[in-house]
Design a protein around this ligand. Structure first.
Ligand code: MN
Length: 254
C-alpha cells in the first residue's frame, strides 16, 4: 500500500513525524509537505508563482506551497504511482465543526478526494502542543490500528473523506472511536485589537476561547470531550438539498 502523508503545519512539525510513525507499519510512505506553517490556508492553490519541490530524504519533499499544492504535486508529479490513500496531519490543534472550512489539514484530504483518492485528515485536539507533546506521542499507538482498520475497509466510502480528531488524553484513557457529525463552534474574542510598534491600530485574528453549541449530541466536539476519537465523514458537495425543495416556491409567482 502506498500512502501519501502531508500536513498544514509544515514539514518540520512534530505531528507529521507522529503520523509517519503511525502509518509506517501499513505501507510505503511518501511525505510531501509545505516548507512552512500553512495552517488556516484552507483549500488555496498557488497560481501566481511556480512551485519548487526540494528533496529532503527518500520519498520526502518539501514544497513552497499550500497543503493543496502539495497533494496535487505529489500525485501528478512526484510519486511514481498514485497513492492508495492520502493522510493529512497530525494537525497541531483540533479541526472540528466550522474549523474544517479554514483548515489546511482537511483541505489536503479534500484535494486527495478531488483527485479520486480515499483521504483521511487527522488532528490532535489538544491545546498547547509544548505541554502536550507526550500526549501526541501516545496517539501514535491509537492511530496505527485505526488507520489499519480504515484502510482495510472492503469499500472505503466513496466521495467521502474522514475527518479524525484525537482527544488530548493518555492512550489508556481514550474510551474508543465514535462516528460523529460536525458540531457548531461558538467563537468569542477571536479578533484582538492591538497597537503596532509605531502606535497604529492593528488586529490579530486568533486566540479567544473555544466553545461549542450546548446541544452537541453526536457531534465531534462532544465525542472528543467525552474522551473518544471522533471520526466524521465529510463530502465536498455543499448543496443544501432540503433547500432545493423548499425554495421551489420562490419562483412560483415569477
Ligand atoms: Mn495546522
Amino acid at each position: 500500500m502506498r500512502l501519501l502523508c502531508t500536513n498544514d503545519d509544515g514539514i518540520l512539525a512534530y505531528g507529521l513525524e507522529c503520523l509517519v510513525r503511525a502509518a509506517e507499519p501499513l505501507g510505503e510512505i511518501t511525505v510531501v509537505a509545505p516548507d512552512r506553517e500553512q495552517s488556516a490556508t484552507s483549500h488555496s492553490l498557488t497560481l501566481h508563482h511556480p512551485l519548487r519541490p526540494v528533496k529532503r530524504g527518500e520519498r520526502k519533499y518539501q514544497v513552497d506551497g499550500t497543503p493543496t499544492d502539495c497533494v496535487m504535486l505529489a500525485v501528478e508529479a512526484l510519486m511514481e504511482q498514485r497513492p492508495d490513500y492520502v493522510l493529512s496531519g497530525i494537525n497541531h490543534g483540533q479541526n472540528m465543526g466550522e474549523d474544517v472550512l479554514y483548515s489546511g489539514t482537511v483541505a489536503a484530504a479534500m484535494e486527495g478526494l478531488a483527485l479520486g483518492i480515499p483521504s483521511i485528515a487527522i488532528s490532535f485536539a489538544g491545546g498547547d502542543l509544548r505541554a502536550d507533546v507526550s500526549l501526541l506521542d501516545e496517539q501514535v499507538d491509537i492511530l496505527t490500528p485505526l488507520l489499519a482498520h480504515l484502510t482495510s475497509l472492503p469499500r472505503f466510502p466513496a466521495h467521502t473523506l474522514l475527518n479524525v480528531n484525537l482527544p488530548p488524553r493518555r492512550a489508556g484513557d481514550i474510551r474508543g472511536v465514535r462516528l460523529t457529525r460536525l458540531g457548531r463552534r461558538v467563537y468569542s474574542d477571536s479578533l484582538r485589537p492591538m497597537e503596532d510598534p509605531w502606535g497604529r491600530r492593528i488586529y490579530w485574528i486568533g486566540g479567544g476561547s473555544i466553545n461549542w453549541e450546548a446541544s452537541g449530541v453526536g457531534s465531534d466536539f462532544r465525542a472528543v470531550d467525552d474522551g473518544y476519537v471522533s471520526v466524521t465523514p465529510l463530502h465536498l458537495d455543499l448543496t443544501h438539498r432540503d433547500m432545493l425543495d423548499s425554495a421551489e416556491s420562490w419562483w412560483r409567482d415569477l
